[in-house]
Ligand binder design. Structure first.
Ligand SMILES: Cc1c2[nH]c(c1CCC(=O)O)Cc1[nH]c(c(CCC(=O)O)c1C)Cc1[nH]c(c(CCC(=O)O)c1C)Cc1[nH]c(c(C)c1CCC(=O)O)C2
Length: 350
């Protein structure tokens, strides 16, 4: 069998879009495409025991990554893992309370930042993730692009400081206000670890990497520059120095007007858009810099109907003047109807 790496990479639709090419039909994948809306995902997660055991089991993590590819032939597969594995690799306790989301031991002082594990030590925890990438790079169909990912430092820090998800990232903002130097040291620590983590994913076979800054929207003014833009720029510059051919997608969720110019400012090849910005605005103000990804409201995969089809077509049309990867504005939710994904794909692919 021919090795995937021998396939002409430029033929892959996702890589063509990421290089700035406008395609007649946009390539498509979905955030959280391997997830609880799929019965086969729920079955494999039950086999693994729980969510974290699934993340650290390379065979089963590869299996759930492949499930949505088999069912829908998406143009990209995203590695199955979680952004909170980095805090765990840095020495925090991590667990998922059923029905309640993630819980972590917290970091709220300069001493606790200094006590985190060294960047070199993260691979001890994260090696199974690289093994998942290696399995996927053997098993994926050759036209499917493999996307690796990590959380952006600010978003990861919000969970490390609060020990859980928070509606307004209050504890992280409070730590930043109380001790900006210690807070910055934490951001730098996560930045360094993220560079090594993504670089190892690329070495294992990830063809694209995506940086998820899910809470970027709560950073305003200079804080947005210091803690969303600057860390992303540092991570991308380091990755580009080591892996110049690997495209990077940045997702500063709910950045609003600050989506304009973001890709250029951080050196990303593509910016992912949430559904709070209109596709028409983004086509005129963001896509002018290159490829954009997005931005269907994930609720439409729950509600379906004509609105799902008209909204899908409206987004395809709005971005048809340039490079576009079709995606959701955020992750697909557990209550989504798998048949609505088929309807969305029919509206995109015709
Ligand atoms: C903030 C964040 C997290 N994780 C992630 C983010 C950034 C993107 C976003 O804003 O959603 C990213 C993530 N999480 C997961 C992936 C895998 C790849 C994919 O299919 O997109 C990715 C890329 C699996 C997951 N991560 C999680 C699940 C559900 C766990 C389960 O099976 O019970 C999955 C499939 C759990 C998780 N993980 C996290 C939370 C807050 C939760 C609980 C909320 C929820 O349950 O949806 C942290």
């Amino acid at each position: 069998m021919k090795n995937r790496n021998e396939v002409n990479m430029t033929q892959k639709t996702i890589l063509r879009a990421l290089s700035g090419e406008r395609l007649p039909t946009p390539p498509v994948w979905m955030m959280r495409q391997a997830g609880r809306y799929l019965p086969e995902y729920r079955a494999t997660r039950a086999q693994a025991g729980d969510f974290l055991s699934l993340c650290y089991n390379p065979e089963l993590a590869a299996e759930v990554t492949l499930q949505p590819i088999r069912r829908y032939a998406f143009d990209a597969a995203i590695l199955f893992a979680d952004i909170l594995l980095i805090p765990q690799a840095l020495g925090l306790d991590l667990w998922f309370a059923t029905g309640e989301g993630p819980r972590l031991s917290t970091v709220t002082s300069a001493n606790q930042v200094a006590a985190l594990r060294s960047t070199d030590a993260i691979h001890d925890t994260l090696n199974p993730i690289y093994e998942t990438v290696r399995i996927l790079s053997r098993e994926l169909p050759r036209e499917t692009t493999l996307i690796g990912f990590a959380g952006a430092p600010w978003t990861v820090a919000t969970y490390m400081i609060a020990g859980r998800g928070t509606p307004d990232q209050g504890p992280a903002h409070a730590f930043k206000a109380a001790d900006r130097a210690a807070f910055s040291a934490l951001i730098d620590k996560i930045t360094d670890a993220t560079i090594e983590y993504l670089s190892a994913q690329i070495n294992a076979g990830a063809e694209v990497v995506k940086l998820f800054d899910s809470w970027a929207g709560s950073l305003k003014g200079q804080d947005f520059d210091d803690f969303a833009l600057t860390p992303a720029k540092r991570i991308i510059a380091a990755l580009k120095a080591r892996h110049p051919a690997t495209p990077v997608i940045a997702f500063p969720r709910e950045a609003g007007a600050r989506y304009a110019g973001f890709a250029r400012a951080v050196g990303a090849d593509c910016v992912a858009l949430d559904n709070s910005v209109s596709a028409d605005w983004a086509a005129g103000n963001v896509q002018t810099d290159g490829c954009v990804q997005g931005n269907l409201d994930p609720r439409l995969l729950v509600t379906g109907g004509d609105t799902l089809e008209t909204e899908t077509r409206r987004i395809v049309t709005a971005f048809s003047g340039g490079a576009h990867i079709f995606n959701l504005g955020h992750g697909i939710t557990p209550d989504a109807d798998p048949d609505n994904v088929t309807r969305m794909l029919a509206a995109i692919r015709g």
